[in-house]
Design a protein around this ligand. Structure first.
Ligand code: MG
Length: 292
């Protein structure tokens, strides 16, 4: 199943939860399916909650009215989670990317965060901060937590994942390297493009053998596979859960492969008018434009 959020082009109002149907040309408007709304927005991502359980059952039975199905062309897709409780990232998690960064392959996951307020959706603009001249892209496979997770063993970790989505871990390298830590460089407004959909684990069983690419203005600048991850999804989830509780709707970006802009010769940084696309096999495609 592919979970999205959207707003209808013809109507204003709050964003709506949807399911991409078939080849993605149609969207099921979950708000028209007669389910009792979740108490809090991120309860919609809770595998232990009644809302998601009922939704999964309804979709698998095809038990919805035709008026709840909208043409994809009639909606604007948003980030599949409007405001995650946490956005956690893993740094240096591809061996080759650690090498191009001239840093050793880490012995345990290197963790940092992005503010949830910097999440944007597909086709939204990445806005370059006026004080940075070195804004970079990072294509990343992200997983979405679907079940409260505290002190979880590696072998139980995947039971706590709802699904996968694309993230662009946009990074102001000048801020990142000037500051002692990475918060400013990673959390500027609009620096967490996410989407288009959350592909659930029943549809995508193995996240560790997927082609992952980044295209900038049509040129492919990152092209790797998730089998190059140093720490896989279960290891990351288990590691994090030993320090803090993960909650439904939390998003964890698993790191970026080689080919980022600052390590290229000559370096490549984002500029106004650019088009940047993260593409992950079986997960989808996330397109954004850049505004100076
Ligand atoms: Mg990253």
């Amino acid at each position: 199943m592919k979970i999205v959020r959207f707003s209808p082009l013809q109507r204003s109002g709050a964003s709506r939860l949807g399911i991409l149907l078939g080849d993605g040309a149609k969207v099921l408007d979950v708000g028209e399916c007669g389910l009792k709304p979740p108490a809090a927005p991120n309860d919609a991502y809770d595998l232990d909650g009644s809302y998601l359980r009922e939704l999964l059952a309804l979709v698998s039975r095809g038990a919805y009215r035709s008026y709840a199905v909208i043409d994809r062309a009639q909606v604007r897709l948003l980030a599949p989670i409007e405001r995650p409780g946490k956005v956690i990232c893993v740094g240096l998690n591809y061996r080759d990317h650690a090498a191009e960064s001239k840093l050793p392959v880490p012995e345990q996951p290197v963790i940092f965060t992005k503010f949830p307020s910097c999440v944007i959706g597909p086709d939204e603009e990445i806005v370059l901060p006026p004080d940075s001249q070195k804004v970079d892209y990072e294509a990343e496979l992200a997983f979405v937590v679907g079940r409260r997770a505290s002190q979880i063993d590696v072998e139980d970790a995947l039971d706590h994942v709802l699904g996968y989505t694309c993230v662009n871990d946009v990074s102001a390298r000048d801020f990142q390297f000037q500051d002692v830590q990475w918060t400013r460089g990673k959390s500027c407004d609009t620096f967490c493009p996410m989407g288009e959909a959350i592909v659930t684990t029943d549809e995508l069983r193995d996240p560790h053998n997927l082609r992952i690419r980044l295209h900038l203005n049509g040129a492919t600048l990152q092209d790797s596979r998730t089998d190059q991850l140093v720490f896989g999804v279960p290891q990351i989830l288990s590691f994090l859960s030993r320090s803090f509780t993960l909650e439904p709707g939390d998003v964890i970006a698993t790191g970026t492969p080689p080919g980022v802009g600052f390590a290229r010769k000559p370096p490549v940084f984002l500029k106004g008018g650019d088009e940047v696309i993260v593409e992950i096999e079986g997960v989808g495609r996330l397109r954004n434009t850049v505004r100076a």
